[in-house]
Write a protein that binds this ligand. Sequence first.
Ligand code: SF4
Ligand code: SF4
Length: 383
Amino acid sequence: MAGRVVMKACSSYERASVERAVEELFEPLGGPGAFAGEGQSVFLKVNALLGAAPEKGVTTHPEVVRAVVRQFQSVTDRITIGDSPGGPFTAGYLKRVYEKTGFAEVARDTGAELSLDTSTTTVSISGGKVLKTIMICGAMHSADCLVSVAKFKTHMFLNMSGAIKNLFGSVPGANKFSYHSRFPRDSDFSDLIVDVLLASAPDLHVMDAVVAMDGNGPRVGNLIDMGMMAAGTDAFALDLAMMDVIGIEPEKNKALAAAIRRGLCQGDSRGLEMVGDEVGSLRYRGFRLPDKKDISERVPDFVMKRFGERMALRPVPVEGKCTACGKCVEICPAGAITIEGKLARVDQKKCQRCYCCHELCEQDAIELERPMLMKLMRMNRGI
Ligand code: SF4
Ligand code: SF4
């Protein structure tokens, strides 16, 4: 059953439709009892990137989370919903995010708990490529059963955010963003994402693609009606199957490409055991990847080592978009952002290039600019 992927059409977030689709996803996988026994603890690791309302399509839709909770309540009442969003990993910040995303309401309605646990634990990564150990959220690690409930979106660094990428949220708070500066090449960052998945080792993955996001995700892309959900026990197989649904070669999902390079999964969806609705009936045409063109991969290693810092993209607040709300000031781990008048300002000398502000600004008011050195190299090398 390891490579089995179940797919189901689901045209809206209307409660009965979602509950039926989730039940039909679970059934070919053995039902909730195949993953958790009576009285065991289940942690639903949702995508709660930031405190955005469900209709923004940035986070896992609460109706999907509610339906997964209902499934597990047939075997246990120890169910926790949680994530480690970007930003401070504090109970107060988590509460605010859970309220805005609708997860708090799901918890109130179903009796599930919300995770306000900010403990961390360091785990070793068997088969890790760029990391041998990593710090992850203690509550996710200690659950008897970890279930990832992901949102299908694009991602400017990795092209896609799916089953593999969702587990990056198991890295506590702003710690995850420091990896952007530590692994500036997308290929290394993709290996890191795979390492985190191996460290977290979820038991089950559920994918919310009823409304998905294409274009310049993961926060301000276009919302698209894909009208489907999927589930499986193998994140690589699930992401392979989803790439098949959108008709884009698997390697464009950079995390998946890293897994293929490392021999952790096959190179395409042929040979996967697909169950449920036919891929052909779910196919989404015209899916758009982010338009960011990565050029760091074409820069030689010695240049990256010597000038990497001077070639990193720089966060720049945009006048006219920035509302001076101050949220980026709150989340910046380097204390590099201040509000001056009606505009955020980034001290580029203090900036650690974590891109936390770019990823979390709800006004899309932080652009990433190429530094002059990169622009010159691009002109000279035609890249
Ligand atoms: S850049 Fe974004 S988060 Fe920062 S102050 Fe402006 S609008 Fe707020
Ligand atoms: S200003 Fe720099 S360090 Fe601060 S959040 Fe933005 S990218 Fe990260």
